[in-house]
Design a binder for this molecule. Structure first.
Ligand SMILES: *[C@@H]1O[C@H](CO)[C@@H](O)[C@H](O)[C@H]1NC(C)=O
Ligand SMILES: CC(=O)N[C@H]1CO[C@H](CO)[C@@H](O)[C@@H]1O
Length: 182
């Protein structure tokens, strides 16, 4: 354990704590910052609902009943409306996620894709059957693994002076400020 933390580490820590605060493992953070937990926007699923192969069709991997429910919430062309990611449990992302996905009721294509691969499909079905017996443990382990994805070492990266900005931007910003005040 080192006492250096990177900005990415801080985000991971914040994520972990936010997850805990809403009562368990939870995720909607590929772009993190600013998204609401458990909400998806119609813009991200409209192609699945209305133009999957460009012929005005619906993604066949979507349960038709669930698709009908989503159609009501996301009218064609609506980009702004929000939909619950996991109906019934959208403020907590837990093992219910897997039972929904196994019934082809995952909101995103990335959810449906879990059923295309033998290994991930087996895992989804296992979690769905055993009601998430190992879910919390596995989630923690995968968060730690993801923390190692794409880590920059040596002089590949930089230590940021301000977490939200690369240093070049901070330097430019200071120049702008100095010119403004002097
Ligand atoms: C559906 O996709 C096709 C092919 O990409 C495109 O030409 C068409 O304009 C799309 N329709 C709508 C309503 O977006
Ligand atoms: C769409 C769907 O199947 N939602 C279900 C997700 O899982 C929870 C818990 O089992 C159900 O309450 C939802 O109805």
């Amino acid at each position: 354990m080192s006492w250096w933390v990177s900005c990415a580490d801080i985000l991971t820590l914040v994520a972990r704590d936010a997850v805990f605060m809403i009562g368990g493992p939870s995720w909607d953070v590929p772009t993190g910052r600013g998204h609401t937990i458990g909400i998806g926007h119609c813009s991200t699923i409209s192609v699945r609902l209305y133009n999957f192969t460009g012929k005005g069709d619906t993604d066949p991997s979507l349960d038709p009943k669930y698709a009908a429910t989503l159609n009501k919430k996301c009218k064609p062309g609506d980009k702004k409306a929000a939909v619950e990611m996991y109906p019934g449990s959208f403020t907590k992302f837990d093992e219910d996620y897997y039972s929904n996905v196994s019934k082809r009721r995952g909101l995103f294509q990335s959810d449906a894709a879990l059923l295309d691969d033998g290994e991930s499909r087996t895992y989804v079905q296992l979690q769905s059957h055993n009601h998430g017996l190992t879910f919390a443990r596995d989630f923690g382990a995968s968060m730690i693994k993801m923390g190692y994805v794409g880590v920059l070492t040596g002089n590949q990266g930089e230590i940021r002076k301000r977490c939200a900005f690369v240093n070049l931007f901070v330097r430019k910003w200071k120049i702008v400020q100095n010119n403004y005040y002097n």
